[in-house]
Ligand binder design. Structure first.
Ligand code: SAM
Length: 370
């Protein structure tokens, strides 16, 4: 085993020298590691700290070098972590990382996650596969204790965001939406697939934190037991209609000729309690964590976003600054930034109101009114 030592927050991690720095990452030197995912690991640590549990059993089911597992064991009090990967080449990295941080609450495991989670259950199960989590979701659910938490990453952004619609239909049985809403759509398709999988076991879910970042989607859901929870979860799935000529968008609990995108998860993405308790202190990407936390906390938690470029091509007027648009929207209703895209926003105003306000604050109109 060869490697280099890096530091994320207060945790030291030995990783393959030849590892990915950006993007979805590749498996180099036989074991996967991507430095850009430090933010994703930071969020896991902040999220788990916010639960403030006296005891939490954790399964990082696809841990590779053990980076997320050892960070959790080292940085989240009262955790007992199983750092699992099917790849035998990963085990020396996991063991070295446990040793390097002097951890007694973390153990390496070299199992196929399907059999590991059929035989053991945990309070928190983390899935971070190459690409789609769909083939692994059922096992994660079975290995999650009653009222446990599932944390699931999907890096198959192209299918979920509509660039490979056929793949999305096949994997997720959903019709993705391309264009300005593609990332929100992708996240909501992922969440819909988890909800449907849970319902098969008479379980429902409450999303605690869900986001799109870099090249991936990520959601943390609280599993809720019972047929009633499953039914009320399924009641939050639905379809969407979008008319690119008028920009009108609407949702429906039924599929029809217009409401042909989805099904999507149409419920909330976050729990405001969890977000209030999350703190970026001592993380590797503290500045970015602070910025994202701020956006998530303020983001209007409803479907579906608008984008300044979308409004610009519709009205043939150049876009105002996002801040100016938000100020004008907030004089009539409620509007916020969204973490999905720096030029997008969420609002409770109608499409017609949004278009009228856009026209009124576009630079051309302001110049003409001077
Ligand atoms: C994207 S990497 C995980 C990265 C890691 N979570 C991190 O933060 O660096 C996916 C890992 O899943 C592992 N894997 C794939 N199929 C598996 C299975 N059936 N059971 C356990 N691990 C599996 C691969 O060996 C690989 O190391």
């Amino acid at each position: 085993m060869t490697g280099t030592t890096i530091r994320e927050g207060p945790t030291e991690i030995i990783v393959p020298e030849d590892h990915s720095m950006h993007g979805p990452g590749t498996k180099t030197g036989g074991v996967f590691f991507n430095e850009q995912m430090a933010f994703n690991r930071d969020i896991s640590v902040m999220f788990l700290r916010s639960l403030q549990r006296d005891e939490l059993t954790v399964c990082d089911a696809m841990t590779a070098t053990g980076s997320r597992a050892v960070r959790i064991a080292n940085e989240v009090p009262n955790t007992y972590v199983t750092a699992n990967d099917i790849n035998p080449l990963a085990i020396p990295y996991i063991e070295e990382n446990i040793k390097l941080n002097g951890l007694t609450n973390c153990e390496a495991s070299n199992r196929n996650m399907h059999s590991l989670l059929a035989e053991n259950s945990f309070d928190y199960v983390d899935l971070d596969p190459f690409g789609s989590p769909v083939p692994f979701t059922q096992s994660a659910i079975l290995g999650c204790k009653r009222r446990g938490i599932l944390a699931i990453t999907a890096t198959d952004t192209a299918p979920l965001a509509g660039a490979h619609a056929i793949k999305c239909r096949r994997r997720y049985q959903s019709e993705p939406i391309r264009g300005y809403m593609c990332h929100e759509g992708g996240l909501r398709i992922l969440m819909c697939s988890i909800a449907k999988e849970l319902a098969k076991f008479d379980r429902g879910m409450v999303p605690l934190l869900s986001f799109y970042a870099d090249h991936y989607f990520r959601t943390y859901v609280q599993v809720v037991e019972g047929a009633q929870a499953a039914d009320s979860t399924l009641a939050q799935l639905g379809y969407m209609a979008y008319d690119p000529d008028t920009l009108e968008r609407s949702v429906s609990d039924r599929y029809d000729k217009e409401h042909r995108y989805g099904p999507f998860w149409l419920g909330p993405l976050h729990s405001s309690d969890i977000l209030q308790r999350m703190s970026p202190t001592d993380t590797a990407t503290e500045k970015r964590c602070n910025k994202m936390l701020e956006i998530w906390k303020n983001e209007l938690d409803q479907v579906f976003l608008f984008d300044l470029s979308e409004l610009s091509s519709h009205t043939k007027l150049s876009p105002p600054k996002l801040e100016d648009m938000l100020t004008a929207l907030n004089e009539c209703g409620h509007a916020t930034k969204t973490h999905m895209c720096p030029t997008s926003f969420k609002t409770d105003l109608s499409t017609k109101e949004v278009i009228d306000i856009y026209r009124s604050v576009s630079p051309e109109t302001l110049r003409a009114n001077k």
